[in-house]
Design a protein around this ligand. Structure first.
Ligand SMILES: Cc1cc2nc3c(=O)[nH]c(=O)nc-3n(C[C@H](O)[C@H](O)[C@H](O)COP(=O)(O)OP(=O)(O)OC[C@H]3O[C@@H](n4cnc5c(N)ncnc54)[C@H](O)[C@@H]3O)c2cc1C
Length: 279
């Protein structure tokens, strides 16, 4: 490492490495300081699913998120968990996060995040098109299929559609697809669906390493009902009915997950090996 670089980037995750690449391409001397293996499991970038696009551009801080994050402590399946601990730093962070969880801030940050994600997509496209060592080999791993979110219940589909006009107004090219339109776009979506949201602005960069665990980004099929509000036998019967339908459509059961004598959900895989939970 040079002892007098123009820029010292601390952290060799995707953000640090991309900054370092861009700065060095502009002629600066750059050094990256990383405490672990670059791209190793200590970094968020390790878990990255390789999607870049405007899907999911919303800010994490939105109304109700603090309560959701704290409720996540009691739910092993929760997507967001906030683990409080004692200490001034944590209290300050909780206070600031709570203040940021309001409609006005969430809407304002959405526009910024959409621009950021659109710019990231352009840069990623350029990187993968490049012939140099940075771009070489990436073209084959790069694809722009967009993002399709498929709904199995009218209730979830209806709720998702309510956000579409706002998203479109903020520059996200989101389209509502009926079940028939979905079948035309994605003939493999052969199971029972009510409809889908399709965002054509999205790319995947596949990683060459072999898969060693459950997909980090996956969509679950939630049919059982709330764990706190639905009796266990009712939940389980609904889950089993969905498992049967999905198996008939070509999915396979990997495991029933939970306590040995009382499974809570079923881990399945689609014909391409992408896992999802039925819960
Ligand atoms: C499961 C999962 C799936 C995701 N999927 C997607 C996706 O599909 N698309 C998407 O856009 N985003 C996705 N994300 C989010 C995305 O991965 C992160 O936003 C991104 O990786 C953050 O990159 P980063 O470089 O800021 O942080 P990190 O990748 O966490 O890198 C920070 C690095 O800094 C190092 N470091 C920290 N402190 C020091 C120090 N004092 N000295 C030296 N080094 C230090 C750490 O070791 C680490 O390597 C996903 C995240 C997760 C967890």
């Amino acid at each position: 490492m040079r002892h007098d670089p123009d820029v010292l980037v601390v952290g060799g995750g995707v953000a640090g490495l991309f900054c370092a690449l861009q700065l060095s391409r502009r002629g600066g001397s750059v050094a990256v300081l990383e405490r672990g293996p670059v791209g190793g499991p200590q970094s968020s970038s390790y878990g990255n699913t390789g999607f870049v696009g405007t899907h999911g551009a919303g800010a994490l801080a939105e109304p109700g998120m603090l309560a959701l994050g704290l409720r996540g402590l009691a739910d092993r399946q929760a997507a967001v968990v906030i683990r409080p601990r004692l200490g001034a730093d944590m209290l300050r962070w909780l206070w600031q996060f709570r203040r940021a969880c309001n409609d006005a801030d969430a809407r304002a940050s959405l526009s910024v995040l959409v621009s950021l994600k659109q710019r990231s997509l352009i840069m990623l496209r350029e990187l993968c098109d490049g012939d140099g060592p940075a771009g070489g080999g990436l073209a084959a791993a790069f694809a722009e299929p967009g993002m399709l979110v498929v709904f199995g219940t009218e209730r979830a589909f209806g709720a998702a559609q309510r956000g579409v006009p706002d998203a479109v107004a903020r520059g996200i090219p989101l389209r509502v697809l009926s079940a028939a339109e979905l079948a035309e776009l994605e003939p493999d979506a052969g199971f029972e669906v009510c409809g889908a949201l399709y965002n054509e602005e999205g790319a995947f960069l596949r990683v060459p390493e072999p898969k060693v665990g459950k997909n980090r980004m996956h969509l679950d099929v939630a049919v059982g009902g709330g764990r706190d509000t639905t009796p266990r036998d009712v939940r389980w019967a609904r889950i089993m009915a969905a498992v049967q339908r999905l198996t008939a459509a070509g999915a396979t059961v990997i495991a029933e997950v939970g306590e040995a004598d009382q499974p809570d959900h079923v881990l399945m895989a689609d014909p391409e090996g992408n896992e999802f939970d039925v819960l």
